[in-house]
Design a protein around this ligand. Structure first.
Ligand code: UDP
Length: 311
């Protein structure tokens, strides 16, 4: 298979590229490197079938030759990043989705959209099944990401219904693992880096808000199964083990063997109060369940951060 991966130099994208190459696929990466980095894919440069192009997919894209799959993973994905790049986030989710769907249509390729649990906003249904329509503030600061991804899903379904493009939509919940940026601002990277440096872990708000964290290898396994499946409806990809941020801080301190304390900082605007995926669809249609426990995954992630932070 010849696959185009946008955002292939990002955290998830780089793992996805490695997995595709590992099963013998050819991979063409398009990435403008605003949040991704070449360091994430350096180990793939020598591999047969891997090519990298620095390009902003919000502008016109063309890839010569046949293409079997287009996987649209380009977007800032950390709240800190998309709050700093609101217009680029809206553009890559809207124009970038339009352009990549156009490429898939022109090539007769299958299309996989990296969507997000943020389409559910601050959910009033718990856990969140795919048929929940969500609770999003369109004019709040997070709206730039949430609404871009909601638009992307609508555009993807329009290309499916109107143009007959074969599409897949993955709603990806909080994912963590090696190659997250230490400064990307997400809770997993913040807490691990703070714990390793003996600094206080910054819990936002009262720490009672919840998240459910999926190790990247599990996420990637689900994405490949989804790509190869016939599931056109959106599909949740995530781990169902849910923790408050206070509990999570305690687990990070325990796993890293840190003596850090916890400090409190203000809760970001519109921060969802709870989040846990209902993964019945993934279980039934893909036969997938996550396998890596939080402590195991955090141990592997902490080892990565120890290495890149130099001890
Ligand atoms: N959070 C926190 N401390 C941090 C960073 C984040 O308590 O240093 C909280 C944040 O308020 C949210 C949760 O952790 O409730 C997850 O935040 P993250 O930015 O990782 O992703 P989100 O799930 O909000 O997109």
């Amino acid at each position: 298979m010849r696959a185009v991966v946008t955002g292939g130099a990002g955290f998830l994208g780089s793992h996805l590229c490695a997995a595709l190459l590992g099963r013998g696929d050819e991979v063409i990466v398009l990435d403008n490197l605003v949040t991704g980095s070449q360091a994430n894919v350096e180990h793939l440069f020598g591999r047969a079938g891997f090519t990298f192009h620095e390009h902003d997919v919000s502008t016109y894209i063309w890839v010569p030759g046949h293409v079997d799959a287009v996987l649209h993973f380009a977007s800032p994905a950390s709240p800190k990043d998309y709050l700093e790049m609101p217009i680029q986030t809206l553009k890559v989710g809207s124009l970038g989705t339009h352009n990549t769907l156009g490429l898939a249509k022109a090539k007769g390729a299958r299309y996989l959209l990296a969507s997000t649990s943020e389409v559910y906003g601050d959910p009033q249904v718990h856990p969140q099944p795919e048929d929940y329509w969500g609770h999003v503030n369109p004019v709040g600061p997070r709206g730039v990401y949430d609404e871009a991804k909601r638009f992307a899903e609508a555009m993807t379904m329009a290309y499916h219904r109107y143009h007959g493009v074969d599409v897949r939509i993955a709603r990806i919940f909080n994912t963590y693992g090696p190659r997250m940026r230490p400064d990307d601002g997400r809770v997993v990277s913040n807490f691990i880096v703070q714990a390793l440096q003996g600094k206080p872990l910054t819990v936002y708000g009262d720490g009672e808000q919840t998240r459910s964290f999926c190790y990247v290898d599990d996420t990637i396994a689900a994405l490949l199964l989804l790509l190869d499946s016939d599931v056109v409806e959106p599909l949740n990809v995530g781990n169902t083990d849910e923790y408050t941020m206070t509990e999570f801080a305690g687990i990070v301190i325990e796993v890293t063997g840190s003596s850090s304390e916890v400090s409190h900082e203000p809760l970001p605007v519109d921060d969802p109060g709870q989040r846990q995926p209902d993964i019945s669809r993934a279980k039934e249609r893909l036969g997938w369940v996550p396998e890596v426990s939080l402590r195991d995954g955090l141990g592997r992630t902490a080892a990565y951060f120890r290495e890149i932070l130099g001890g």
